[in-house]
Design a protein around this ligand. Structure first.
Ligand SMILES: NC(=O)c1ccc[n+]([C@@H]2O[C@H](COP(=O)([O-])OP(=O)(O)OC[C@H]3O[C@@H](n4cnc5c(N)ncnc54)[C@H](OP(=O)(O)O)[C@@H]3O)[C@@H](O)[C@H]2O)c1
Length: 287
């Protein structure tokens, strides 16, 4: 077990599934854990559960965030930095898939904003706090689904306005963005200050896509394959490893599966696309 005593760790979506299991173990290892969650009732229940299971009374807090709103992301960052000078680990874990195209208050396709843009904004807003926690770690939760975005990103239609909306297609594109963002963040950062890594957690029986959000795939295929999913506890192992292990000190820009750095799909290694995504994300979020 690693020792995270005195470290401050933010986990988006830490109220459910993989994020909650990561929160339990990270709190058990001594860290102060901030659960960034959109639903106050779920957040309060998760806080009690995490504190109890991790025996970490007083070391878990919740700060509201709705990743479908840039204003909410800014409020979160303001509330966090008012309380904490440093941030040691930022675990950008929250994510969703939607059956139908939906638009956020900021006018973006919701998966694009929640899964990528808001995490991009959050990471940038917390940059100074991360620098105070140097060597800090940013961990992004992607998915093997990035592999199916074979053609890469359509930079002329990141909000999926001009194409037929395919829920898994959009999800896969946003999970590709998670890897491209990680690689560009790593390229732009001094590893003595900040490392950035990304992971696929496995096929996990969490609350993810429980409501058939993958469309036909969700309604027909998911009930058949769900029994083969691993537990959220197991799904959290790579997140915990990247947050806590001394083995990954100084390692940056890597994609991890089952605790090992592996090569992602070719489209995730496109440095030009990574730089372009960064520039566009900066404009869209007005960092
Ligand atoms: N499950 C899998 O098989 C699998 C495979 C590969 C990758 N992943 C990735 O793993 C990550 C965690 O997913 P999970 O499996 O643990 O699913 P989960 O149990 O559904 O957890 C997802 C979390 O994201 C939060 N979230 C969604 N929209 C949000 C918003 N607008 N603002 C703030 N939080 C929001 C959810 O909040 P609520 O509880 O309020 O909905 C929840 O806490 C996701 O990024 C997902 O893409 C999962």
């Amino acid at each position: 077990m690693s020792d995270l005593a005195g470290k401050v760790v933010v986990i988006t979506g830490g109220n459910s599934g993989i994020g909650k299991e990561a929160a339990v173990e990270i709190a058990r290892q001594g860290a102060h854990v901030v659960i960034a969650a959109r639903n106050p009732t779920k957040a309060a229940a998760a806080l009690t559960e995490i504190e109890t299971r991790a025996d970490a009374r007083g070391r878990v807090e919740t700060i509201p965030i709705d990743l479908a709103s840039f204003a909410s992301v800014r409020e979160f960052a303001g509330a966090f930095t008012a309380k904490h000078e440093r941030l040691d680990v930022l675990l950008n874990n929250a994510g969703l898939v939607l059956r139908k195209r939906d638009v956020t208050v900021d006018g973006h396709e919701t998966q694009f904003q929640v899964n990528h843009l808001s995490h991009f904004l959050l990471t940038n807003l917390l940059h100074d706090a991360l620098a105070n926690g140097a060597p800090a770690r940013v961990i992004n939760v992607s998915s093997f689904a990035h592999q199916t975005a074979r053609k890469g990103l359509d930079f002329d239609d990141l909000d999926w306005e001009r194409r037929r909306y395919a829920s898994f297609g959009v999800y896969s594109a946003t999970k590709l963005m998670n890897i491209l963002f990680t690689r560009e963040l790593a390229r732009r950062s001094d590893p003595d200050v900040l490392t950035a890594n990304v992971l696929h957690p496995g096929f996990v029986g969490s609350n993810f896509a429980r409501e058939g959000d993958f469309g036909l795939l969700g309604t027909v295929v998911m009930p058949i394959i769900r029994p083969f999913a691993i537990s959220s506890e197991k799904g959290a192992l790579t997140s915990i490893y990247l947050a806590s292990s001394p083995d990954v000190e100084g390692i940056t820009g890597q994609y991890f599966v089952k605790g090992k750095a592996v090569k992602p799909a070719a489209q995730a290694l496109d440095d030009e696309a990574a730089a372009r995504l960064w520039e566009i994300s900066e404009k869209l979020t007005v960092v």
